[in-house]
Design a protein around this ligand. Structure first.
Ligand code: KIV
Length: 273
């Protein structure tokens, strides 16, 4: 167990996450892409921070996660790491930086770990990326898997609807989960699949299973922070619980500022030198 050098805060590790599954304690995970947000959610007690390639959507405004580059992910990840004292930081290896072959996957993982200071990487897929997972792990880098709706494959799926509703796809997903576990992944994200299937996966594999749109019978939950804080608009899937209306609050604050400046009310005397 490691301790943050400038405090007595015990850092979350893969070992602690495994223990949490063992005692039935739910694991909390949120995304973050910058220093300030990472600092807030870390101090609020989140267990895992995912520097997701959803940065491509919520930070850069792209329609999909495909355009974000390895350099851009490393920039976001290093900003997050500087804001975190306790949480375990996982970084998505972006589309095109690991699918080619296992050497490319290893090179990308090493760049992320070396240049950002993060604690683990995440990759999408099952059997087809087994060799890459093994290779990354051989360098001592913990790997989180991601099955179900894998956004890097959106053009193969053609839609963002629930995956693995049919038996064949459900069986493949369960097999892929076992392969990821056998390959040495420390956890698996399951995105947008039937709750019953997610429960079966969580009961079958011994590693933590973190769900997003996968029901409550898994070992933990993850959401995109901009969605749960109500910063994004229009994205309101059934699985999303919105915990705040930050977009409304921020809009109001900016409108008030504009009004005050226009009215020559800001700055007043006590706000001037
Ligand atoms: O990129 C991301 O934010 C993710 C989560 C949705 C799990 O992969």
């Amino acid at each position: 167990m490691s301790v943050h050098p400038s405090s007595n805060i015990k850092r979350i590790t893969t070992h602690i996450l495994q223990e949490m599954k063992g005692r039935g304690e739910k694991i909390t995970m949120l995304t973050a892409y910058d220093f300030s947000m990472a600092g807030i959610i870390d101090a609020a007690g989140i267990d895992i921070i995912l520097v997701g390639d959803s940065a491509s959507n919520v930070m850069a405004g792209h329609e999909t996660t495909l355009p974000i580059t390895l350099d851009q992910m490393i920039y976001h990840a290093s900003s997050v790491v500087r804001g975190v004292r306790r949480a375990f930081v996982v970084v998505d290896i972006p589309f095109g930086s690991y699918q080619g072959n296992s050497s490319e996957a290893l090179r990308s993982a090493i760049r992320i770990m070396k240049e950002s200071g993060a604690h683990a990487v995440k990759v999408e897929g099952g059997a087809e990326i087994k060799e890459s997972v093994t290779r990354i792990l051989s360098a001592g880098v913990p790997v989180m898997g991601h099955l179900g709706l894998t956004p890097q494959s959106i053009y193969k799926f053609g839609t963002y609807t629930v995956r693995a509703k049919e038996e064949e796809e459900a069986n493949k997903l369960l097999e892929d989960a076992k392969i990821l576990e056998e390959s040495g992944c420390f956890a698996i994200v399951l995105e947008k699949i039937p709750a019953k299937l997610a429960k079966k996966v969580a009961e079958t594999v011994s590693i933590p299973v973190i769900g997003i749109g996968a029901g409550g019978d898994v070992d933990g939950q993850v959401l995109v922070v901009h969605d749960m804080l109500g910063i994004t608009q229009e994205f309101k899937p059934r699985f999303l619980r919105q915990y705040a209306d930050l977009r409304g609050m921020m809009t109001q604050a900016v409108e008030d500022y504009v009004k005050d400046v226009k009215a020559k009310d800001f700055p007043n005397q006590s706000e001037s030198y």
